[in-house]
Design a protein. Sequence first.
Length: 281
Amino acid sequence: MRLRRASARPAAERRSRVRPWPRTFRDRVAAAPAREAALEQGVRFRRLLLLLVGAILAISATDALTGLVGLLRETTARPLTEAEKTHYVQQDIARRWHTWPAGLVFPPELEYVGLGRAQLYARRVGIAPETTCRSGTDAAVGEVLEEHGCRTFLRAAYVDQSSTFAITVGIAVMEDAERRVAATGELSSDDRVGVRPVAFRGTATELFGAAQRQRNAWVGVGPYIVFSTAGYADGRTRDAVAPEEITHSELWPTAQAVAGRIAHALGAEPDVPRCTEGNVC
């Protein structure tokens, strides 16, 4: 009996003792609020990310659709607008000095009207190498041209049908029509200055130089200024010819006709297509 009572006490004490929670379990319980907060934050970030991705996709889809619509408009034939027609004409004229062959800019023969309304032809005897605007003209003219953006200068020599007159035609290529207008507004009215003559050995122009120029003039068209000068093929200087003789001579009308034909061709409006893909919309 003593043994049983003695052994029963420790058992009761064992039953009444509170066992502590394991340390790992306590850590998990303590960390639970932090995990829940992190989870909620992750959910919010995920929502924001999804919204951002959705917005990017929506913007990309809009841009793609806009580009597709624009591409369809550009590739589908439609009538040209008035602005597009004007731009087409301006660009075609502005490129002619470069895209046309030299024989089209300076034709081998040009028709003009002589005495008695006779139909005559001036003949081209040579085309000078392309040069700068300052080199192809007198100083007073070249300075104005360069100030207004002159790109290059082209020249050719002609003679009348009888080879009595030597004519030089020069073309100043300006940046655009606006600059051409600005430049011509400042050009000198002195008919003693203008394009410098070009002469070719063994032709009727061989004796034609600066001193032989009887008159100089110019005409503007598009982005071009077409200069002309003329003199006698026998080498007579300006001082050696009486002013009244020039007034009644065919020399200057012939030179004006030659330069005018060249200017007219350069500035003539091209046939404009009705549609973006030609004449069929």
